[in-house]
Design a protein around this ligand. Structure first.
Ligand code: DGL
Length: 264
């Protein structure tokens, strides 16, 4: 047993899609979350800057005595997960491997699409991981730089958002049977993405897939939180406005949340 919280980090509100799934699959676990919305999006930034920012978030979580860190951001996972995992003596999970395996499991045609931030797509990490596991897969990747700013500004259903998603995804429509949402912000646009891609395309939520791995690791290291420990005090931190973060978080998680602004 280990009653300490699990730490989550993201460039902003995207990692909440992972937290929502955690709360559904592992409702006894406690969450500490840090979102760097003041500096989002990370996707168009140089790798060195993403690395520095991600380490700042990791170091913040370490001050909260977390038992595990989940890099709930594909962009940060692509750039710095391996390094963080090597350096820390607690388990550190990223979101890319779980998404890659789930896509392989889901596809029938072997044609997989991946959408992500410019950094995730340039790194080509999904194709590398998918082809390493299953070389006959055909992976088509597409950067969607306009999606994260729309989500961060809580424009989840506006007509502008619908138009942007439609225009951006058009090159992939009809070409794949499985689409990896390779950015944790994208599940917030899920229904629009599904509309554009069509009902037969399976959408893979990389963050949700990662919760299964969290569960495996908690069991493996025997660090689950005790079920007798009743009071959960999830805590959320943002580098931008606590009010805007809370609006999105409460809508997405369906519960009141305590959000605090911090400067890193
Ligand atoms: N949520 C992020 C991801 O999964 C990062 C988005 C961004 O800041 O560009 O890639």
């Amino acid at each position: 047993m280990d009653n300490r919280p699990i730490g989550f980090l993201d460039s902003g509100v995207g990692g909440l899609t992972v937290v929502r799934e955690l709360m559904r699959q592992l409702p006894h676990e406690e969450v500490i979350y840090i979102g760097d919305s003041a500096r989002a999006p990370y996707g168009p930034r140089p790798a060195e800057q993403i690395r520095d920012y991600t380490w700042q978030l990791v170091n913040f979580l370490l001050t909260k005595d977390v038992k595990m860190i989940v890099i709930a951001c594909n962009t940060a996972t692509a750039v710095v997960w391996e390094e963080i995992k090597e350096k820390l003596d607690i388990p550190v999970l990223g979101v890319i491997l779980p998404g890659a395996s789930a896509a392989i499991k889901s596809t029938h045609s072997g044609k997989i699409g991946v959408i992500g931030t410019p950094m995730t797509v340039t790194s080509d990490i999904y194709r590398k991981k998918i082809e390493a596991l299953s070389p006959e897969m055909e992976v088509s990747s597409l950067a969607c730089p306009k999606f994260v700013p729309l989500v961060e500004s809580n424009e989840l259903t506006s007509s502008v958002t619908k138009k942007v998603v439609y225009e951006t995804l058009l090159p992939l429509a009809g070409k794949v049977d499985t689409l990896v949402l390779g950015c944790t912000h994208y599940p917030l646009l899920r229904s629009i993405i599904q509309n554009v891609m069509g009902p037969d395309v399976k959408l893979i939520d990389s963050g949700a897939e990662c919760v299964r791995d969290i569960s495996v690791l908690l069991n493996y290291f025997e660090i689950n939180r005790s079920r007798e420990e009743q009071t959960l005090q999830h805590r959320f931190y943002t580098t931008a406005s606590a009010k805007s973060f809370a609006e999105i978080a409460e809508h997405w998680l369906g519960q009141k949340v305590s959000v605090e602004h911090i400067d890193l």
